[in-house]
Ligand binder design. Structure first.
Ligand code: ZN
Length: 163
């Protein structure tokens, strides 16, 4: 038997004022996007904004449905839109934020497991790390410099070898 450990690294910023301009703009776009979410069931508005290496910013927000699984998270709405609009572009960073009239959201909201898996595949595909900037309605901001830190042991079909 052998024990192994994985260490992850992330940064904490007390407010958006401590972020660089590019990250500040991305957070602002994510906040705007959260206001346009269609979230009548959860009452939990999430917004995501992705900065591409061509300078474009693509946003997404959660889109819910009466048939629950038919809806989709803000992060995947944004990533799928970015990948369909600009298939060759690299996703440099993604800002994610949320607010709610029903819940206290004074901490950074982290992406769900399914979104992490999708992020991981895009990061692997583009061979360049994607930075994640997380902000709640209030409070500190977390910055994770690569998706691999959010999802160690991602499922990667490239790992499968044909018999
Ligand atoms: Zn998700």
């Amino acid at each position: 038997m052998e024990n192994r450990e994985i260490k992850i690294h992330y940064e904490i910023y007390k407010s958006t004022e401590e972020l660089n301009n590019q990250d500040k703009i991305l957070i602002e776009r994510a906040i705007e996007a959260a206001h346009n979410a269609y979230a009548p069931y959860s009452g939990f508005n999430v917004g995501a904004a992705i900065l591409l290496d061509n300078g474009e910013i693509v946003v997404g927000n959660n889109q819910e449905n009466a048939a629950y699984p038919s809806g989709l998270c803000a992060e995947r709405v944004a990533m799928f839109a970015a990948s369909s609009l600009y298939p060759e572009a690299i996703m440099e960073s993604i800002a994610i934020t949320a607010f709610s009239d029903k819940f206290v959201v004074d901490f950074p909201i982290t992406p769900c497991g399914s979104c992490r898996q999708v992020m991981s595949e895009y990061e692997t595909r583009q061979k360049k790390s994607m930075k994640v900037i997380l902000k709640g309605a209030k409070g500190e901001i977390q910055v994770i410099n690569k998706i691999a830190d959010l999802l160690p042991f991602m499922f990667n079909a490239d790992d499968l070898k044909q018999k």
